[in-house]
Design a protein around this ligand. Structure first.
Ligand SMILES: NC(=O)c1ccc[n+]([C@@H]2O[C@H](COP(=O)([O-])OP(=O)(O)OC[C@H]3O[C@@H](n4cnc5c(N)ncnc54)[C@H](O)[C@@H]3O)[C@@H](O)[C@H]2O)c1
Length: 335
């Protein structure tokens, strides 16, 4: 399956194919130098299989985890590339989840004013969400994704076989991003996930249809001026919950809670059932005042207002500017 993403100054293919990591040289020139960036939690066989496609590969392994998306690693990878004589004609391929993709993309966007970047996402979240759209970043000054760029990949290669080694908790946490996109934009996909007996046996259908939603949004609003905010459904409160629990809950788990806060009663009931079905949390014990403070510092805020996405009916959404009182009511009603 191939999805073509068309944005202003670049277009690229997202190829969804079992085993594609073993034949990347059918899609990318094997000449020149290739940096394969991965992390210590990604089974090393994936980076090795990718590297084997190229004439002159280098594998760079980061420690796993969000804390790797930092300026020290950014600088270390740039130094490694300089020391090994990478030029503007060479390329970087990220093999891993959103952490490796975001950091790798940011390195590629700035090394020699930009080199070719390819993404081989190996988590569900990265396959349905972070690998397309061109948002690349590192965390800086204690703020997530505070330094980054919009830099589109030259190609994205999704091999669902890589998800076989992904633990269920990480898989289902990533699935929340598909539930999120379906809730706002595709009632049929939402029903499909509701009726799906096994996600692992239906990965390609869910990934393909989630990517169609993301592609549509990215093509209409590449730089997140307006429509792209729909992808933040569940994120206003979700980010606050994520910061509050400081790494104890996964991103998708927090977004799930955030979606419950921003839905009508009927939608809430359906999302609640889905979260329960996949063993995802549906409530948290937190101090409302602290959550509110964090939510009001959300970087998507405009002055004293935070842009929220509200779902009244599955498959549809509205954007709403929330002030401190409204967020406070939402948080207090929920906790
Ligand atoms: N750029 C975007 O548009 C965008 C969108 C959403 C999220 N993000 C970013 O994505 C990041 C989260 O991504 P994530 O959830 O993929 O986390 P992650 O990259 O940290 O991966 C989660 C864990 O899974 C391991 N892993 C990866 N692939 C594996 C596999 N196939 N088998 C076994 N283990 C594997 C990793 O080593 C890691 O420990 C955050 O930094 C977030 O800010 C970016």
């Amino acid at each position: 399956m191939v999805i073509r993403v068309k944005v202003k100054n670049s277009s690229y293919n997202v190829i969804i194919e079992k085993g594609v990591i073993n034949c990347l040289n059918e899609h990318i020139s094997s000449n020149g130098k290739t940096l394969v960036l991965t992390d210590s939690g990604v089974p090393q066989i994936y980076a090795k299989s990718v590297a084997d496609n190229f004439a002159c590969p280098f594998i760079y392994v980061l420690p796993q985890g969000e804390q790797s998306k930092n300026v020290n690693n950014y600088q270390a990878i740039l130094s490694f590339m300089l020391e090994n004589g990478f030029t503007r004609k060479d390329r970087l391929i990220a093999v891993g989840g959103g952490v490796v993709g975001d950091l790798g993309g940011f390195v590629a966007s700035t090394y020699m004013r930009g080199i070719d970047f390819y993404n081989v996402p190996t988590t569900f979240l990265a396959q349905v969400d972070s690998s397309i759209g061109g948002k690349v970043a590192i965390d800086f000054g204690g703020v997530k994704n505070s330094v980054g760029a919009f830099y589109q990949p030259k190609g994205v290669f999704i091999d669902t076989v890589t998800l076989e080694t992904l633990p269920d908790r990480i898989l289902y946490s990533g699935l929340v991003e598909s539930i999120k996109m379906a809730a706002t934009s595709d009632a049929k996909l939402f029903e499909y996930i509701e009726n799906c007996a096994s996600v692992r046996e239906n990965l390609e259908h869910i990934i393909y249809n989630s990517l169609l939603i993301k592609k549509d949004v990215v093509e209409k609003d590449e730089k997140e001026h307006d429509l792209r905010r729909v992808l933040n459904f569940g994120h206003t409160i979700g980010h606050a919950v994520e910061s509050y629990f400081n790494g104890k809950l996964y991103h998708g788990e927090c977004v799930g809670i955030g979606m419950l806060c921003m839905s009508s009663d009927t939608v809430k009931e359906r999302i609640y059932k889905l979260l329960t079905k996949f063993g995802l949390p549906t409530e948290v014990q937190a101090e409302p005042r602290a959550l509110l403070d964090i939510a009001m510092h959300d970087k998507k805020s405009i002055g004293d207002l935070v842009v929220g996405v509200y779902v009244d009916k599955i498959g549809d959404f509205t954007l709403t500017n929330l002030d401190v009182n409204e967020i406070s009511r939402i948080v207090e009603r929920f906790l």
